[in-house]
Design a binder for this molecule. Sequence first.
Ligand code: NAI
Length: 296
Amino acid sequence: MAALNMGRSVAVIGSGAMGAGIAQVAAVAGYTVRLYDTRPEAVDKAIAGIASALDKLVARERMSAADCTAAIARLHAASTLDGVRDAGMVVEAIVEDLAAKRGLFAQLEDIVGDDCVLATNTSSISVTAIAAGLRLPGRVAGMHFFNPVPLMALCEVVSGMATDPAVAQLVFDTAAAWGKNPVHARSTPGFIVNRLARPFYAEGWRLLSEQAADAATIDAVMREAGGFRMGPFELMDLIGHDVNFSVTQSVFNAYFGDPRFTPSVLQQEMVNAGFLGRKAGRGCYQYGEQAAVPAA
Ligand code: NAI
């Protein structure tokens, strides 16, 4: 099996943070990309954002002006879902909601050809459940990128119970063709990264609740002695506490309330307070004009 034929276009459905990043890597790798979003302004914003990111690469001499122009020319807005009819592969990056994803794929089955692969960027929903009920569930696989997509090399290629191994391999090879380091995984709650990371965050919250040390000290220990690029609190601030909390809840529920994955009450309060991390200007740290400082 090889990567998606370069003659086939890639449809990216959902043009938010992840969809824009996915469209960028696919276009830079030489694929024609059609972006669709229920909010057309999100598509315009994504294309403008990609153009600006690529312009910066040109300014830093990390991309030629000709390659930049060609990549931007490969990006097309689809004003309706019908506009992705010729896609060889769809990458779905819409809201993290099972019913929404199922509904979208059911609609797409009536639009795209039977050989079109349906990939989902879900971070926590069962790929098996997303595919269930479709006419051709074997063509659904997870293609889980990490944020920011152009910078993060890992891509988890997730097989649900019905996923055709040839489809998983095509997604794997396509991710590699887009410059990523893909790994195969089966659809278990949190897949590999979001599962393994749960105890990292949970023990951080427990240490904090027990007043073992403050967040900055725990982060510094993990960075300087533990060899991690970021400690748990700075990482959660980057991800967003709302997103991080809901992934923990989802893994906890998927394991029928296994206490190992119990969400943190302290983090729930941070979400209640709107202290969502960098994007809110405040999380475990405060963000402002100056460098981040620990929140009081
Ligand atoms: P986002 O909120 O930035 O973008 C989602 C976009 O989807 C919005 O522009 C929205 O208008 C659009 N949308 C919603 N319903 C739609 C529908 N039915 N049809 C077409 N467009 C629709 O969200 P983000 O962060 O880009 O996440 C998208 C997906 O990627 C989610 O499943 C999320 O769990 C997953 N993901 C997110 C990561 C992150 O760090 N943000 C990391 C890895 C996966």
